[in-house]
Unconditional design. Sequence first.
Length: 451
Amino acid sequence: MTMKNILSWPLVGGLLTHPLSLNVLRSLVLVLFASAIYFGLTYPDEIDNPYTPAIFWSLFWPFFLVVSMVTFGPVFCTVCPHSFIGKYLNKIGPQKLMPNWLRNRWWGLGLLVVSYWVPVYVFPDFLKIPYVSAMYFLVLTAVAFVGFYLYRNMDYCRYGCPIGSVIKSYGKVSFTQLQTDSSACQTCRSFDCVKACQWNLRPYLFEKKNNMQDCTLCMDCAQACDSVEWKVTRFAKQVIEPVKQLDRMTVWVFITLLAVITMAMRFHHALGHSPLKESLPWYQIGSWLETVMPAVPMMNWVGLVALLMAVAMTFTSTLGGLWLASRVSKIDFWTLFETAGLAFGALMLVGALSHIGSFFFLHYAPDLVNAYYWLMDSDSVMKPLASHRDGWIHLFNLFNFLAVIISATVLYRKVGQLKLSGTAFWQTYALSGLVIWVYLGLVILTLWARF
């Protein structure tokens, strides 16, 4: 095996391909997750409990999810506390077929948007309360365990998990892909990798289709067959190269989270904390609503309007640009949607590194260290490692430009796969990438407003 195969790395490979060692790692993550819930219920006030918010919002969200997806793909699913217990519940449950009305990936994605991202803007301080954070994840855990117990083939991961569709989609924008040794597969008659997969997937087809489908990197196939490889590939290979069995939902995930995370954050936080603040339409409308609407505790009308405007602008520029491009190119809209739409993934995922990088020094690092001090009953306090006045902290804004460069490059490749040339190619490229140029304009506007 070559060094491109992560499973051949001495420490990592041994950890992931041995059930006992991998389950020990999963158990540690489970303990961390469960302890955050326990302390949130035991110490419900933010002033008494820095531990629960730090674990959920300064560790799990930025690093276990975003940073892991942009590097190793859906690796968080490998150690996910829900699927760890869910695999055993799935085996002892009644193995029911999930009803058709539940077999829709919009359930999981919608739950994420409605239960988390809407409150982030509308009730920004609500989820920071330790008791609320603990109850939020406790309810999600209960729902997950019921789903795992009742339905076969780990269908809860496919359709019900709030981050299932997110990880599956954004996992394509990474440096890794699960594959098999094609030479060994040619003579294989046992299909151990398929038999070991509780998701009923066929790992030996992943490379051929350039699509890992619903793979959660649970490593059951790797433990069953030595020919399974987890390879380091070119970045975003699964969206750059042609994809067989196109997945329309992946593009919807890209567009939806681009709207509610990247664009809404750009509106409400980046521009909302700039000198342009009082001239922004969402700020003006939100401020007016605060004066005429009944008072709702903890509600932020400006955040709500910023979210709605960001969603409207993102979907209009994305779908409108693709529709205009389809008219110019004479290519079916949904064909263009499924092909060119894969270019939009990097805008959210790589662009989010700008926020995570700066917040590591401003909030995440001190939050996590102070959570440790609190757990150890120490009076020590760690101060932020930087402030907004430090010039170097703004270097993380370069990730926003990197996100644009990557998305524009992927779009160039995807439009090229449609066999267009000349004027038709460049018109299709410019129009289908309208949301990319809008995003770039917002980044430049934010920097101009601040500096």
